[in-house]
Every structure is written in C-alpha cells, then in structure tokens.
Design a protein around this ligand. Structure first.
Ligand code: ATP
Length: 267
C-alpha cells in the first residue's frame, strides 16, 4: 500500500499555474523520485504536501493528499509534521545560520512527540549518521561547508522522527563526492524504515537511489514507472541523463572521436 497518495493536485501562485492535476504514490519504506528541470513544479509539489504553500503565496486549486489512508490536505504545516511527514527544503537557505548546530537540531525536534529520552535517542541517531554534527555542535551553522549544511538540514528533519521524508534537491550545489555521500545517507535513512520522496534535477543520482520515479514537466506528470526502466528509456536518457544518441551524432556528421557520447550528469 502507498504511504502517500496524491491525487489530481493543482496549485497556482496568483495567475501562475504551477501544478496541474498531479497524481503520485509513495510506497511505505521505499524511495520515490520526482525528476524535472527548472520550474517544472518540484518544489511546489513538496510545499503542497507539507502544507507550506501559504508561506510562498501559493494556493491549492484542487486535489487530495492522503498519508497512511488519512487525509492530510487540510492540516496545518505543524499538523503534517505531527502526522509523520517532514520536508527538508532546498539548499543551504534553510539552516538557521546564526544558531549553533546543536540548536538547529533542537529546533527540528520541536514538533516531535516524546520526552527527553526520545530526544536523546534521535540526537544519537543523527550523530551516528553525521558525526561532524557532533564535532561541530557548538559552532554557528552558517560557518559549516555547503555539504555539512545539507547534512544539518537532513539531521534537523530527522529530529522530528518522520515516517516520510520529503527531500528537495539535496545534491544541489554540492561537489560530486559530497553529493554521493548525501546519496548514501539517504539510502541509510531509508533502510532504517523512513519512506523518502526525493525531488532532484540530478536525475542520475535520483534514479540510482529510487525504486520508482515520476517526471514532471511544466506542472504535469509526463512519465512514471520503475526507476531502472525509466533510466534505460531513450527519452529519459536523452533529456535527463544527457546521453547523446550515437547514431544521431553520426548522422549529423560528427566525427566519432568528437561525438559527445555518454556524457552523464555528475553525481
Ligand atoms: P527549480 O528546480 O528551479 O527549483 P521547480 O521544479 O522546483 O524548479 P517550482 O519552484 O515549483 O519548480 O516552480 C514551478 C512554477 O511556479 C515556476 O513557473 C515558478 O516560476 C513558479 N513559482 C514558484 N514559486 C513561486 C512563487 N512563490 N510565486 C510565484 N511563482 C512561483
């Protein structure tokens, strides 16, 4: 059974139509990816699920969202967190730069139920995943590197003990090695029982991590299916993995040694 069921979701920002009748399922326990270029509506989709659209002056124009069979489309943002769905927003903007690493993590636990013991257990798990966050506990978050800030953002999300984590482009702006490290951590988080909805422009990484994937274009789902199958489909290879069709390159008269064959996104 799908943990998250999104049906015919439409969203606008004033006159801008950002999502049109988007439907998708996120199975409990799995990693599901949403691919798409700039402006496709990926962040909007996550904001609609986490009920944070209002902070961006967006409005839902129809559709339903259920989590574990329960409607969550009318809850407050805090209500969605309490229901077990936590969003880690895009990039470095969202750590509290002037607060310490420890206080950022404490802030992540504000919506979580449970007392001190639960908090200590969550913190120990986050430190186990990201030892650097223990080493830098007293430092201001703004002084961390980009990759460390992304770790802190993930760690802060985990402090709320989510059953579903919504990740907005966790590899954005990171060097390939750090992006790969974040990818491994997402797998570890998932292996510990948290379902993941991963929004990424880095299609190579997303398709490697996910079991199912959706392609979003100009606010609509245009492709969906098994991640491995999508990764081998011509359209996804050409449009999202940057794989140049060898025959077409030859037809276009490119010398074989100059043909940009198999140029892949760095991951
Ligand atoms: P990116 O990868 O560039 O972040 P995205 O796939 O996440 O893109 P969204 O940020 O969801 O796309 O944007 C979808 C559409 O909604 C775009 O046309 C964008 O310009 C518009 N949009 C997003 N946020 C707002 C906003 N706060 N006000 C007005 N329009 C917005």
């Amino acid at each position: 059974m799908a943990a998250l069921e999104v049906r015919a979701l439409s969203v606008g920002y004033g006159p801008v139509r950002a999502l049109h009748e988007v439907s998708l399922d996120v199975p409990s326990g799995g990693i599901t990816a949403v691919l798409g270029g700039n402006g496709a509506g990926k962040s909007t989709l996550l904001r609609a699920i986490s009920r944070t659209l209002g902070f961006h002056r967006g409005t839902a124009g129809g559709g339903t969202v259920h989590f574990d069979g329960r409607p969550i489309g009318q809850l407050s943002a805090a209500g969605v967190v309490a229901a077990g769905v936590v969003q880690v927003p895009e990039g470095r903007r969202q750590v509290f730069a002037r607060m310490t690493v420890a206080d950022n993590l404490r802030a992540g636990a504000l919506g979580a139920s449970g007392g001190r013991k639960r908090y200590a257990a969550s913190l120990a798990e986050v430190h186990e995943l990201f030892p650097v966050l223990a080493d830098r506990a007293g430092q201001r978050a703004g002084l961390l590197s980009g990759g460390e800030q992304q770790m802190l953002a993930l760690g802060r999300g985990l402090m709320a003990r989510p059953r579903l984590l919504l990740l907005d482009e966790p590899s954005l702006g990171l060097a390939p090695l750090m992006a790969a490290r974040i990818g491994e951590t997402i797998q570890q988080i998932n292996a510990r029982g948290t379902a993941v909805l991963l929004v990424e422009q880095n299609a190579a990484m997303a398709l490697r991590l996910a079991s199912r994937a959706y392609v979003l274009e100009v606010g609509e789902v245009t492709l969906e299916g098994d991640a491995a199958e999508l990764a081998s489909s011509d359209e996804v290879r050409r449009r999202y993995l940057g794989v140049v069709d060898e025959t077409a390159a030859e037809d276009a008269g490119l010398a074989q040694d100059r043909a940009p064959v198999l140029r892949r996104w760095s991951a």
